[in-house]
Design a protein around this ligand. Sequence first.
Ligand SMILES: N[C@@H](CCC(=O)N[C@@H](CS)C(=O)NCC(=O)O)C(=O)O
Length: 361
Amino acid sequence: MTFIILVSYWHVARQWVKMRVHFPVAAHSARRETGAQTPQFYKDQFSLRRYTDRFLHHASSTRILEHKRASSAYPPYVGLCRGGGEGETLSAPVFNKDDWLTDKANLGVPFPNASGTVSIDQQGASCHAETVYRQIFFTMPAVLGYWNIRGLAQPIRLMLAYAGEEVEEKRYQMGPAPEFNKDEWLTDKAKLGVPFPNIPYYKDGDTIIVQSRAIMMHLARKHNLYGSTESERIRADVLASQLGDNLMGFVRVCLSTRMFKADFKAKKEEFLKGLPDTLKSYSDFLGDNPWCAGKSITYADFGLYELLDWFRRFEPGCLDKLPNLVAFCNNFEALPAMKKYMSSAQFLKDPILNPFADWGV
Ligand SMILES: N[C@@H](CCC(=O)N[C@@H](CS)C(=O)NCC(=O)O)C(=O)O
């Protein structure tokens, strides 16, 4: 009996020491070691998926995510999550958190703790694990996969740059002629795990989106680039669909030799005959508006800019008689985020199309 009482006391005393002595001491040393405000704990057997799902739910306002992604100075926390089991202090390299902490007080979300500050309480490591996994999740940027060309991904890249969303790009390289080897992409294609694997794809946590327009519309909803009235949204959607038609027509011309065994020069000439009318339709659609849906920029404008830029490269001077389209391009390029992106190393000016095309390679 005495033995049982002693063991119980020992157990309670151990728990008390753990909560009141071990954790605070560990907290203190972690603070010193990492420069962080609070210690970081984790429990590695917790499922990442479970916590990322929960975090996605918490962050359905996505302000936390956006905050992070808009802030390139915020260092990755993934490095904090190594070693140890329950209650172990992670001896991380120093990641200064001031960038985040300055904004934390003003974040205005129910869980500003998702910043990664950890409180030591009776829930012990499980709550720490969640917090740390949240850190991992929201410091992991989305991935955009596409060929190492402008192609269908460029308007998406422009949107991401405009929205300030940090993204990791997987730019697949197609092999040279005559094989034009696609293995780099095909290896990933088999593992993508969606019913219609294709590029571009946009992978954000567990969410994988294929189809360029679906990606753009998702980003439009996420970053408020989808107009504010139904008629603005209709205008944006109509333009995006029209752009898709014209882009495919144009790409077919550029793939004359490879896909249609047709004479590129003849196809180009034919295309150029129709180009003024095509451009006039866009000019009429835009009218006096600064952007295609009206006063505010929408996802379709990113597609319009891209196609107009291809056209003026394909046929220099083709926009000259349409001052509103010229102004549209100039205004687009003058947007501070675009100016910055277009002069950055990430910006792809060329190639526009894959190496088997007759133009834009
Ligand atoms: N409709 C799709 C077309 C996607 C597509 O055709 N992707 C081309 C590059 S532009 C590709 O190489 N896909 C790889 C594949 O089919 O495996 C979209 O808009 O995303």
